[in-house]
Design a protein around this ligand. Structure first.
Ligand SMILES: C[S@@+](CC[C@H](N)C(=O)[O-])C[C@H]1O[C@@H](n2cnc3c(N)ncnc32)[C@H](O)[C@@H]1O
Length: 402
């Protein structure tokens, strides 16, 4: 490609001038070789224009040189001698360089600027999507079939690859690794299932280690993606809840997992949180997360079934809560009786369910509260995230008073 060859010493000045004239081909890298730089020039710039530009650059630098000569004759004499040798050596030994117009006088470094053909390396543009990264590796139809939505948890990417693209999973995995610059790619092998709400994953490429540290709103959350539930898509919801909390509250997270709600809350508030989960691996990570973060509040991790823990501890010791978090959207409704019996007067329940709206959830809370002779004020409702077509993971914030 066409380049302007210039002594390295002046490349910054010349590059700036050429940039202002908008003639640099920015999709190629400037090459430096043997005291010279080669600046790529856009195809569409005609040779006459380039000749004029080079002539002006040469005059400009020559007039600077004259100024320098008047000030310091000795220095210039030395410079000319050295340059003469360098320039000749470079021109003679550089066989790839095909000089088209040499505007320079080889006795003078300041005017040694020329228009030459040179092979330059293309600037690799980072693709804007996995689909773009996959162009040429999969067919257009295959790229269209691929859901490029993915979850990033710490250093790990979790991909969903449709059935008809299973044969291409390694190509897709590599493209995802390149695009996301994370350490490992795993593929969803099942839906979220079972009491512990985990899913089967298959390692596709990168480091085979399901443990990672996810950063969320200044908190560090360590987890094993294949053995505990965690969704980065709940980050906004966790922040929303944490922002409502006031110092001094006693809080129960009935289904706490690795502890993202408790950690986010206790990071900024002097509170007392009981965090229960039935998954012993989740409780192990919760304990690590308590150590990993600087917390103002206290979190007590408790392993077990919330029904049993409530009977053996909270009810027995008459512990009541100012706030109860119930993020088990599939079956939280089965624990509403318990939550309403454990809440303090004017306490708040954050109740989650899968639904197409809020009405059925609100009705449910009101019906159960009535059994306990308690009143319900709905403070807020929110669609947290989409769960399936027409269905949402929703939250209802309900204040319970009696
Ligand atoms: C949807 S996850 C939510 C975890 C966490 N709150 C979060 O946002 O990442 C639900 C959690 O409830 C736990 N779980 C399910 N049934 C339970 C029960 N009866 N008692 C205590 N924990 C339970 C599961 O192990 C799982 O970690």
């Amino acid at each position: 490609m066409l380049t302007i060859k210039t002594p390295l010493k002046y490349i910054d000045t010349i590059r700036k001038i050429l940039m202002e004239k908008e003639i640099i081909a920015r999709n190629y890298k400037i090459l430096t070789e043997d005291n010279y730089g080669y600046i790529p020039i856009k195809d569409e710039i005609n040779t006459e224009t380039l000749k004029n530009i080079i002539e002006k650059l040469k005059n400009n630098l020559n007039s600077q040189k004259k100024g320098n000569t008047n000030n310091n004759t000795n220095t210039n004499t030395n410079t000319n001698t050295n340059t003469n040798t360098n320039t000749n050596t470079n021109t003679n030994t550089n066989t790839n360089t095909n000089t088209i117009i040499n505007m320079g006088n080889f006795n003078d470094i300041y005017t040694d600027i020329s228009l030459v053909e040179k092979d330059l390396e293309e600037v690799k543009k980072h693709p804007q999507s996995i689909s773009e990264e996959l162009k040429g590796k999969l067919t257009e139809q295959e790229i269209e079939d691929l859901k490029t939505s993915f979850d990033i948890i710490g250093d790990i990417v979790i991909l969903e690859i449709p059935e008809n693209l299973q044969d291409q999973k390694y190509i897709i995995g590599e493209a995802t690794l390149n695009f996301t610059k994370r350490k490992a790619i795993y593929m969803k092998k099942s839906a979220i299932e079972g009491v512990m709400r985990t899913r089967q994953l298959e390692h596709i490429t990168g480091e085979e280690n399901p443990e990672t540290i996810h950063k969320e709103h200044g908190a560090r959350l360590k987890l094993d993606v294949s053995n505990v539930y965690f969704s980065p898509r709940l980050a906004t919801e966790r922040k929303r809840i944490a922002e409502q909390v006031k110092d001094g509250e006693i809080i129960l997270d009935m289904f706490a997992g690795i502890g993202p709600f408790p950690i986010l809350i206790a990071k900024d508030h002097d509170v007392n949180i009981y965090a229960v989960d039935i998954n012993k691996i989740a409780i192990k990570y919760m304990k690590e997360n308590i150590k990993l973060n600087k917390l103002k509040g206290k979190i007590t991790p408790i392993l077990g079934d919330i029904n049993q823990i409530a009977n053996e501890q909270f009810i027995k010791e008459n512990i009541k809560f100012d706030r109860i978090i119930m993020n088990l959207p599939g079956t939280a409704k089965d624990f509403l009786n318990l939550a309403i019996s454990l809440i303090n007067n004017n306490g708040i329940i954050h109740y989650y369910e899968f639904s197409d709206g809020f009405d059925s959830g609100i009705e449910r809370i009101k019906r159960i509260a009535k059994n306990y002779d308690k009143d319900v004020e709905v403070l807020a409702t929110r669609k947290v995230k989409s769960s399936s077509p027409g269905q949402w993971h929703v939250v209802i914030d309900a204040k319970i008073s009696y």
